[in-house]
Design a binder for this molecule. Structure first.
Ligand code: AKG
Ligand code: FE2
Length: 220
């Protein structure tokens, strides 16, 4: 029922336009599953770009905070920080992600850098907002639901630190420079519970990623 899912029509339209664009892009590999619209782009970032982003993350990393709801406490133990989007280098990377997806730049939240050290993880979660939670009215005004997620691996991890999509049984090992993108919604614009995923604990080494979440409308 449309009324149960705010912005369902806008999310369906956005899902469709991004799908069309990615399906026409030879650099985007569609993961063969009917459960999630999930794509990978190898070598999206060069080695030098990855190294530069890692240095930026080391400079801003703070203990991660999720939206402060009881259910999310303790879900993420990595360090994270908003990457400075006034930095021309960061803007260039953002523009490339915007362009890959064809989503207006204004819909994107600030890029987040994350660093996981040994034992750190991001437990199973969905990136979309739970619209029954206390944070939702404010998030609804600030761009609405999270539509697509883009996430890039910046380095190889000696052991652990994969991204596990539990419901489709897909475990993605960090591959430096690879970007993965997925639609957090179903084609009809309702949240897709099968997008549940986790950053598995790092066993050896350090894991660096950048994540960009796109909303339904202009974020801010
Ligand atoms: O670290 C990972 O592999 C997953 C990160 C993640 O789920 C997120 O940033 O939303
Ligand atoms: Fe996530």
């Amino acid at each position: 029922m449309p009324t149960q899912h705010p912005d369902i029509a806008a999310l369906a339209r956005l899902g469709g336009s991004v799908r069309q664009r990615l399906d026409a892009d030879p650099s985007a590999f569609k993961v063969p599953t009917d459960q999630i619209e999930l794509y990978g782009v190898a070598n999206f970032l060069s080695e030098a770009e990855c190294d530069r982003l890692i240095a930026i993350i080391d400079a801003v990393a703070q203990p991660s905070e999720l939206f402060t709801t009881p259910y999310s406490k303790g879900h993420r133990t990595s360090y994270s920080g908003n990457v400075d989007s006034s930095d021309p280098f960061v803007r260039m990377i953002e523009r490339r992600i915007d362009d890959l997806l064809g989503i207006p730049h204004e819909f994107g939240e600030t890029v987040q850098g994350q660093r996981y050290q040994v034992g750190q993880e991001f437990r199973a979660h969905n990136d979309y907002f739970h619209t029954g939670e206390a944070y939702w009215p404010e998030q609804s005004r600030r761009g609405g639901q999270r539509s697509w997620t883009a996430m890039a691996y910046l380095n190889a991890v000696e052991e652990g630190g994969s991204t596990l999509f539990n419901k489709i049984g897909l475990d993605i090992p960090p591959q430096p420079g690879t970007l993965i993108v997925w639609n957090n919604m179903l084609p009809n614009g309702a949240p897709n519970p099968d997008t549940i995923h986790a950053g598995t604990p790092v066993v050896r080494g350090t894991k660096y990623i950048v994540t960009k979440w796109y909303r339904t409308r202009k974020w801010g």
